[in-house]
Design a protein around this ligand. Structure first.
Ligand code: SAH
Ligand code: SF4
Length: 343
């Protein structure tokens, strides 16, 4: 079977060519063609005949197929991708002025089974390969180039789609290597964020293996009883332990750890919740994102009034913790946080 080109880092490709005694300059030509110019046609410019033959015989360049596109009123775009085995994942482009953040999926479904998450209700089907992660980015970009030619800049990558990225560490890590590589898309570390529910085996590898990338923790409550109910793996990987690993992650100047707090009506939205959250975070390099709960079919949780969310923010403000209330984008096409479900 052929290897997917999009599963390889620059170094992997270089090593393969070298081991075959081929001209290694093709590695940078191919990376430049497919990741910088973002072309999908075969790269032949300046590539030697031997290399062209070897590449055509050994590598596969297929990408996930866009099976549906939903365009929301606010210009958010949700893609339903079909993978080669028929499984499906979703990817969302979130507009900021004329640019976009892209929200990538890391797994088909998710094993963590969080109570408030539509993806969690579908269970884990399988991990995504690097090529399927990088492929979401490239295909969304190709779509923008064709459909919104004046707005084709994708500025940030966030791993906040379906799946727990740290539960699929190696493919996510390799995708980041490709995004970061000066031969690849050449994004800065500060442009990539990975959100985790607190999966400690992945956090243990963070500092050594994906240093510099932004870390976001789905906190949702400072209290064990409430967090256990919302995020069942909190029972296995308790918050105190999660925070102690996060505290060891080295941060650049002006870099923060983002703590996401999903605000659910009459559940974790009181002044007491806000004060306890603030006390937990006040001595950390923390940035808080308050996310009003987005309802989905079949859930009993409710979305709080904006005023309640603003009161929560006001408490954090008194502790001088930078806090943003996240607006809801794309909810008319179920593309908002936690509304992704591809079954
Ligand atoms: N698995 C990772 C990343 C994907 S979830 C994680 O849990 O962090 C990305 C974000 O969407 C998380 O902060 C998650 O808590 C949030 N989210 C999940 N369901 C949601 C919902 N129904 N409404 C709003 N945000 C939700
Ligand atoms: Fe998985 Fe994140 Fe959803 Fe929890 S919130 S079920 S970890 S995708």
């Amino acid at each position: 079977m052929k290897t997917s080109f999009y599963d390889l880092s620059y170094q992997d490709l270089f090593d393969i060519l070298e081991s075959r005694g081929l001209n290694t300059s093709a590695a940078s030509l191919l990376f430049n063609w497919h990741y910088k110019k973002r072309e999908h046609s075969p790269c032949t410019e300046n590539v030697s005949k031997d290399n062209i033959k070897f590449i055509a015989e050994n590598f596969d360049f297929s990408l996930p197929k866009i099976s549906k596109v939903f365009e929301a009123q606010d210009r958010t775009v949700k893609f339903l991708f079909e993978l080669s085995d028929g499984n499906r994942v979703e990817t969302v482009l979130i507009p900021f002025n004329n640019k976009y953040s892209i929200c990538l999926s890391s797994q088909v479904g998710c094993a963590m089974n969080c109570a408030f998450c539509y993806t969690g209700t579908q269970g884990l089907t399988r991990n995504l390969k690097t090529s399927e992660i990088v492929g979401q980015f490239l295909m969304a970009y190709h779509w923008l180039r064709e459909n919104r030619p004046d707005e084709q800049r994708v500025l940030n990558i966030v791993f906040m789609g379906q799946g727990e990225p740290l539960h699929n560490f190696d493919p996510v890590k390799k995708a980041c290597e490709i995004f970061l590589s000066s031969h690849g898309t050449s994004l800065g570390h500060q442009k990539i964020s990975i959100s985790t529910s607190g999966y400690i085996p992945g956090l243990k590898r963070w500092a050594e293996e994906i240093p510099g990338v932004n870390l976001a923790l789905s906190l949702h409550s400072p209290f064990a009883a409430i967090r256990n109910e919302l995020i069942p793996i909190n029972k296995k990987f308790p918050l105190e332990e999660v925070l102690s690993y996060i505290d060891t992650v080295p941060l650049r100047k002006k870099q923060f750890v983002t703590y996401e707090y999903l605000v659910i009506k009459d559940f974790n939205d009181s002044a007491e919740d806000a004060h306890a959250t603030a006390k937990l975070l006040k001595d950390k390099r923390a940035f808080v994102n308050l996310i009003p709960f987005n309802p989905f079919p079949g859930t009993d949780y409710k979305r709080p009034e904006l005023e309640v969310v603003m009161n929560f923010k006001a408490v954090l403000d008194t502790y001088k913790i930078p806090t943003l209330v996240r607006g809801t984008k794309g909810d008319d096409v179920l593309a908002a946080c936690g509304q992704l479900n591809s079954k």
